[in-house]
Design a binder for this molecule. Structure first.
Ligand SMILES: N[C@@H](CCC(=O)N[C@@H](CS)C(=O)NCC(=O)O)C(=O)O
Length: 356
């Protein structure tokens, strides 16, 4: 566990310390840690995501603290969540289903304790209560919050998914999806059914890292900055950057099949999880309505292309996605009405094989 101080350190990167953070930069969670994404707000009304806390690594080295053993780890996730979904995509396309088990929570946040007002991810009480979701098979927990409390008695951050759980040491290994996908990509190759697939090959790493940076900031997190902004200025700034980034993707994808060239890479999976949610959710719920995904020919066909990679469509549960966003943020959608949507068929033909 990191201390409260080191969490602030992590959130702002290594350059910043308490001493050089001015009070106008210090977010409210310095005084009271954010308990949900809806609390992560700067004084200017902009959404400010806090860093994940559990940052251990599974290793292919059998002598490491967390060796890559089959059957040892469990992914707690939500089909609704883009960050958790990217981990599930990796689990499926790397052929790790037999090695790493997973459970999805229910899509709509509920009260996690009678004694306070926190709402968050909960498990169904039975196998049949919620299609796609299952009761916690390992710890019998009622909520993801309980999983964090089992791993640490003094945890004060958000109770986010994904959570990579170690069944042997009964603790959380890691709750940061960008790191979990890297572990899934390389560390389980002795047991992965699709070990040859490398989505972060050394010759592409610089390009993938650079691409991830603007896609994360302007698209993956950019849609949240639009949706959770509490003032017009930060919303407009985020929306401008979002659409500049989408236009850039559209241009790139007019010249090549994938975002970093003609080979599928990590950057594609990271982009995909946001695109697949775009028209059904972000356009309405997060006010990203300058243009729809389906108005971008290259991006739209590209989304279908990734969706049709064997294993990927099974990670997309649009029911969970829609019910989560429209049903879990009452300050944005007080009546929980789910817009009817366009019900896009991502299995329909696409034109991306023109690049081969
Ligand atoms: N940095 C984390 C972010 C995960 C995250 O924000 N998950 C959201 C769901 S989409 C969550 O669990 N939020 C719970 C909350 O805000 O209380 C990662 O990428 O793994």
């Amino acid at each position: 566990m990191t201390s409260c101080f080191s969490k602030i350190h992590l959130a702002f990167g290594p350059k910043h310390t308490l001493a050089n953070l001015s009070s106008s930069v210090l977010p409210p969670f310095f005084l009271k840690m954010a308990r949900s994404a809806l609390d992560e707000m700067s004084d200017s009304g902009a959404f400010l995501r806090t860093a994940s806390t559990f940052r251990n690594f599974i290793s292919r080295d059998p002598n490491s603290q967390y060796p890559a053993e089959s059957g040892r780890y469990h992914l707690y996730m939500s089909y609704a969540c883009p960050w958790a979904s990217r981990c599930l995509v990796y689990l499926k396309i790397k052929g790790l289903e037999k090695a790493i088990s997973f459970t999805s929570v229910k899509p709509i946040w509920e009260r996690t304790k009678d004694s306070d007002e926190h709402t968050g991810w909960v498990f169904p009480l039975s196998e049949t209560e919620e299609p796609g979701a299952e009761p916690d098979p390992l710890n019998g927990a009622k909520s993801i919050r309980e999983i964090y409390e089992l791993a640490s008695t003094n945890y004060t951050g958000k109770y986010t998914v994904p959570v990579l759980w170690d069944k042997k040491l009964k603790t959380i290994v890691n709750n940061e999806s960008s790191e979990i996908i890297r572990m899934f990509n390389t560390e389980f190759n002795d047991i992965a059914e699709n070990a040859a697939l490398d989505l972060y090959p050394s010759h592409m790493q610089t390009q993938i890292d650079e691409t991830n940076e603007w896609i994360y900031s302007d698209i993956n997190n950019g849609v949240y900055k639009c949706g959770f902004a509490r003032k017009q200025g930060p919303y407009e700034e985020a929306a401008k950057l979002l659409y500049e980034a989408l236009d850039k993707c559209e241009r790139i994808l007019g010249k090549q099949r994938y975002i970093c060239g003609n080979t599928l890479s990590e950057a594609d999976i990271r982009l995909f999880v946001s695109l697949i949610r775009f028209d059904e959710v972000y356009t309405v719920h997060f006010k990203c309505n300058k243009k729809l995904l389906r108005e971008y020919p290259n991006l739209f066909n590209y989304t279908k292309d990734i969706y049709q990679i064997p294993g990927v469509s099974s990670t997309v549960n649009m029911e969970h996605i829609k019910r989560h966003y429209y049903g879990s943020h009452p300050s944005i959608n007080p009546f929980g009405i789910i817009p009817i949507g366009s019900n896009i068929n991502f299995s329909s033909p696409h034109d991306r094989d023109r690049f081969y």
